[in-house]
Structure formats: C-alpha cells, structure tokens
Design a protein around this ligand. Structure first.
Ligand code: KG4
Ligand code: ZN
Length: 359
C-alpha cells in the first residue's frame, strides 16, 4: 500500500529563501504551498550575491516563509510527516540558517528531519512534476552550475560531464554586462538575439573537438569581448544592430555546444528521457535545440515549469519524500555542507566552487 507522505521543505542555499509543503500519495503528487522570497534587490548594488548579506536575510526570513507556507497549505505541524531541509551545497551562512530552522522545528515538534542535497532537489524535480521513471539524464544549467547527470535513483547520480569553467548563466550575464544590457543578462541577451544575425561574428565552439561532454564558456565570453572591441575600434561605437548580432552570435555558439554535448551525453547514458533544470533552461533557442536533439535520438524531452526549474523549496520537500520512502532520516547532528557533490565518485569539476555556489 502506497501511503501518503506530507513534508515541509526549506531552502536557503543561495539568494532565495523558500519553504514549501508537498504531499505524495496514491492520488499523486501535490504542491500544497510554495513560497519563494528572492533577494535580488538586496544584492543588486554589488553586482553579485554577497554571502554575508544573503545569510542575514535568510536568518531573518526563513521562519516567516515556513509560517506562510503552512498557512497557505492550511496545515498544522501535526499534519506533517517530516521536515526536509537543504543541507548543501551552497553559501555556508545561508545553508546554516535553513538547517538551524529545520533542527529547531524538528526538536520542537518531534518530526523527523531529512537533510537534502540541493542538486538532488533539482535533479529529482521531473519526478515531482511528471512522475518520470529512473533512469534519465538531467542537464542542470543555471547561473552557477552546468552538468549532465545520469539519475538512477533518489541517491544514485553519475556526473557525465559539465562546464570546466563558467556556468552558462554566468556567461550570459557577463555578455549582457559588456554589451551594456541590464541584469539578469540571460533574458536580455535572448531578446536582443532575436533580431540579430548569428553568422556575422565567427565565435568559437569550445571543446567540441574533444571527446566527452565537458563544456567551457570562458573562452567564448572572451571572444565575444574581442569582437565587441573590434566593432568599437572600427566605428567608434556600437549600433543596436551590432549588439543584436553579437548576442545572436554568442547564443548560437552556446546552442551549438549544448546540442552536440547533449547528443554525446545521451549516447553515453543510454536513457530514454532528458530533463532540464536551472534558469538557462528558460532560453527558447536552447530549449528548441535540445528538443530537436531528443526527437532525433527518440528520447523524451522534459522541461518542468520555470518556477520549479529555478531555486524553490518544493523540490527540497520532494527530494525529502524520496529519501523518506527509502527509510532515510537525519537527526540533530545534521551539518551544513558548503560543498557536496552529488556524484562522490567522479573527479571534482575544475571550476567547482570557484565563483560561489549558486546551483
Ligand atoms: O537557476 P537560476 O534562477 O539561478 C542561478 O543559478 O542564479 O538561474 C539564473 C541564471 C542567470 O544567470 C540568468 O541570466 C540565466 O539563468 N537565465 C537565462 C535566461 N533566463 C535566465 N539565460 C539564458 N536565456 C534565458 N532566457
Ligand atoms: Zn539551484
């Protein structure tokens, strides 16, 4: 008999404080409430997430998020089976704020505590949204992460490859910055690219000549900067059309690299479904290219709704439910782990953790 399990999830590993209630039972999976409080405005003046400011904001807001989620779901703690909390990877101060909140609630209510890996939350999301069966391939593409994971079970992940330097979202954001577009840059670059000629600037397709599915975006970003400087040197400035062509050229290079590396990752993993997660998965050109790759390979393509692709606590509650069903529990000795690779057997990525830990 498949019993009903209801968990509270708490997330605070980067710049979103979030709490959610998810219920899983014989009649399916339900997100009863999902509250996300972003911190974009707190960090805007600094050009990136400031760990100390983030940690303080999480500590101030996490209780309120939990209260809001409980109220929105119309539940009391007596209706819950447990509390799942992100225990890493991420900015240590933020993760600690969430873990302390989870421990406090667990101690006060007697509910079991379940520590969740934030990346597992992303990677298991297509099971929450679509009931996707194992095994499948996950492409996680965000402002801080870029990796292909073969997912074989709630606790079984194999990293097949990923970026050896910048995450693609980070590259989109830097390109926007050097072209004078506002942040977050990804959507701006995509919008500009629509009117541009992707062939005008010959930009590199890094690492395509190497086997496997590792990627690199740092050199591409530098090539874009050089192309921009050449335009400015020649004309004394950039026109709207120049900017659109630069955006289109950059995006086309990212699309080409991701399409080819995805083809290879599918080849290596031999699974029948690919799911994407992370903010960059919102990019229509990237989505379309991945859809084509999947169609050609006869593989199902899944892209959960954007609110569940970016950071949220419903994915943490869901990953907690998966661990709970395996009989796994933590206790008040649970510690926050700033670094916590999903796949403990593969070598660490070169750039892992270099620029902060937003996943
Ligand atoms: O997963 P996410 O919300 O959190 C972080 O990792 O920060 O991803 C945010 C990233 C940003 O770098 C943003 O520029 C990028 O996702 N992004 C996009 C698009 N929408 C968001 N990149 C390319 N095209 C988009 N449409
Ligand atoms: Zn994340």
């Amino acid at each position: 008999m498949y019993n009903t399990i209801t968990l509270l999830g708490i997330e605070s590993s980067c710049d979103d404080t979030a709490a959610a209630i998810v219920r899983d039972g014989p009649d399916g999976r339900h997100i009863l409430a999902s509250i996300v409080e972003g911190q974009t405005s707190l960090h805007a003046a600094f050009g990136g997430v400031v760990p100390e400011i983030a940690a303080r904001a999480h500590a101030e807001r996490v209780d309120g998020c939990v209260a809001q989620a409980m109220a929105a779901a119309g539940l009391g703690f007596g209706d819950l089976d447990g509390i799942a909390v992100t225990a890493g990877p991420g900015l240590i101060g933020g993760v600690l704020a969430g873990v302390m909140c989870g421990k406090g609630l667990s101690a006060a209510t007697g509910l079991p505590l379940i520590g969740v890996n934030h990346l597992a939350g992303h990677a298991l999301t297509p099971r929450l949204t679509d009931g996707l069966a194992f095994p499948y391939l996950m492409l996680l593409v965000s402002g801080g992460h870029c990796q292909y994971l073969r997912v074989d079970g709630p606790d079984s992940f194999t990293r097949l490859g990923g970026s050896i330097d910048d995450a693609p979202g980070e590259a989109f954001d830097k390109v926007a910055k050097v072209l004078g577009l506002p942040q977050p840059g990804g959507p701006m670059v995509e919008a500009e690219a629509r009117a541009g000629n992707p062939k005008r600037f010959a930009l590199p397709r890094p690492l395509l000549d190497r086997p496997g599915c590792d990627m690199s975006f740092s050199g591409l970003k530098t090539a874009l900067l050089r192309a921009r400087d050449a335009v400015i040197a020649e004309k004394g400035g950039m026109t709207r059309a120049d900017r659109a062509d630069l955006c289109a050229g950059f995006q086309a290079a990212v699309v080409d690299v991701m399409a080819e590396k995805t083809r290879r990752a599918l080849d290596i993993s031999q699974v029948s479904a690919l799911a994407v997660a992370g903010g960059v998965a919102a990019n229509q050109a990237i989505r379309a290219a991945l859809e084509t790759v999947c169609a050609n390979a006869g593989v199902r393509f899944l892209a959960p709704p954007l609110a569940l692709c970016t950071d949220n606590a419903a994915m943490i509650a869901w990953a907690g439910i998966e661990r709970f069903r395996l009989g796994e529990r933590d206790d008040l000795t649970l510690s926050a782990r700033p670094r916590w690779p999903l796949d403990q057997t593969s070598p660490a990525l070169l750039g892992y953790g270099k620029k902060g830990a937003k996943a």
